[in-house]
Design a protein around this ligand. Structure first.
Ligand code: PLP
Length: 439
């Protein structure tokens, strides 16, 4: 290769998603991780306040996961799921289903959260078509919601993101309903339940299903009211629609229960998983769904049109089995609840005097710290200021992730690994307090 050609090559050829800049100050090169800590190339330690990207829920260097990965690696690293199978792959699906109520009885693997959301949408539409209800194609989604960046998942995502502009036409057939959220102009709870009822009364004949995050993640860590979740369960049943919960972020213990839907008692027909499914050690996702859906495919003697080569990798599944084992240890999920409560309590107490602090929201170790514009006034902090604040937290050794839903809510997510101690919780709060400053 000539020197001429060489000089035309980018110095940093790897594109880092959601950024279009040269690698530099804003990137941290992480070389090691242990427990809730990660270390950069200069040896500087950080508390990973977001568990990788909400997935490394059991922290770094977990001995059980490591062992399970190595053992499966030595046995066989890949099987295709077209006409092959593997005991680890099958066992993990069985164990996932065993964590859920009766209604969910079948599983398919995916590789990512976006893919899980897309498969949920495909299943909802095909289910209706198999029942001869071709007109029931629309999917109800929420105005503040995020399901990923693949085409279907992006089309289902309500939050208006730069990333989706200009990529149209998006996948059609989504009806967006206002997210029930206290910072928006909203009516009483009764009025809100009535509003979703009206949507189903009006559009029910054309609705295949509804996809919802029980606690909205990227949109700003917004727990949906239990009454709303129960209402959409009721409405889906009434109108022959399917209910899909996107628990890519909330599932696998993050909220202090194995799945967030357990807090409300509303059980979905389809459950989307990824991220914490195997503590994020290897790419994997899954969609669990009901026997009623499966039966439609079986009756038509049809397979489910969804295969991607890497899905259900046995090493990733082995990591998943070790993850379930760790989550099932006595006291683990209670610890998530206790640490979450402590973290919110301390944040509320210690930040009460910080003018930019608005509120904390969430369940378990899925916490959003909402920040307001104390300088100009308003519920949202300006983007540049928020970004600078996140940078200062990082300088002080705490990694968090911003949320910025303009006009609605701004702040940062705190989703630390489940193995966090009370002492580490205090340390996080100390760093945030010092950075946000008091009056
Ligand atoms: N669904 C939810 C609720 C998410 O929070 C995310 C990612 O943040 C996704 C889907 C997309 O998952 P992935 O990034 O693995 O495609």
């Amino acid at each position: 290769m000539s020197t001429m050609q060489n000089t035309q090559k980018a110095v940093y050829p790897l594109i880092h998603p959601l950024k279009n800049v040269q690698l530099g100050e804003s990137f941290t090169s992480l070389l090691e991780g242990s427990g809730i800590y990660v270390r950069d190339e200069n040896g500087k330690p950080y508390i990973d306040g977001i568990s990788g990207l909400w997935n490394v829920s059991l922290g770094y260097g977990h001995p059980g996961i490591r062992q399970a990965i190595l053992e499966q690696l030595d046995r066989i690293p890949f099987v295709n799921l077209v006409d092959q199978t593997n005991p680890t792959t099958v066992k993990f699906a069985q164990e996932l289903l065993a964590l859920t109520p009766e209604r969910l009885s079948r599983a398919i693997y995916t590789c990512t959260g976006s893919e899980s959301a897309e498969l949920a949408i495909k299943l909802m539409r095909k289910y209706q078509s198999l029942r001869g209800l071709e007109q029931k194609q629309n999917i109800v989604a929420l105005s503040i919601s995020y399901h990923g960046t693949y085409y279907g998942a992006m089309s289902a995502s309500g939050i208006d993101r730069e990333i989706s502009r200009g990529y149209g036409p998006k996948v059609p057939g989504f009806l967006f309903h206002d997210t029930p959220f206290s910072s928006l102009e909203r009516g009483s709870e009764d009025e809100e339940l009535r509003a979703i009822e009206e949507l189903f009364e009006r559009e029910g004949d054309r609705i295949a299903g509804m996809i919802v995050e029980p606690i909205i993640g990227s949109g700003g860590t917004i727990p949906l009211p239990d009454a709303f979740l129960r209402k959409i369960r009721e409405l889906c049943d009434l109108h022959g629609a399917l209910l899909a919960f996107d628990e890519v972020a909330t599932g696998m213990g993050r909220t202090g229960r194995m799945f967030a839907f357990e807090h409300s008692g509303a059980v979905p027909d389809i459950l989307c998983l990824s991220k914490g499914i195997n503590s994020g050690y290897l790419p994997l996702g899954a969609v669990l769904f009901s026997e009623a859906i499966y039966r439609e495919f079986a009756a038509a003697n049809l397979h489910i049109e969804h295969l991607s080569t890497q899905n259900g990798n046995p090493i990733a599944c082995a990591a998943g089995l070790a993850t379930i084992e760790a989550l099932n240890q006595p006291g683990m999920l209670e610890h998530v609840s206790e640490m979450g409560e402590l973290l919110r309590e301390l944040l509320n107490e210690e930040l009460a005097d910080c003018p930019a602090f608005l509120e904390t929201r969430g369940k378990g170790l899925m916490i959003g710290v909402a920040l307001q514009d104390d300088l100009a006034g308003g519920v949202c902090m300006e983007a540049e200021r928020l970004s600078a604040l996140i940078g200062r937290l990082k300088q002080r050794g705490l990694i968090v992730y911003p949320f910025y839903t303009p006009g609605v809510t701004t702040g940062f997510h705190l989703y630390p690994p489940f193995i966090i101690s009370a002492q580490e919780v205090s340390k996080i709060v100390g760093i945030i307090k010092k950075t946000l400053g008091g009056r």
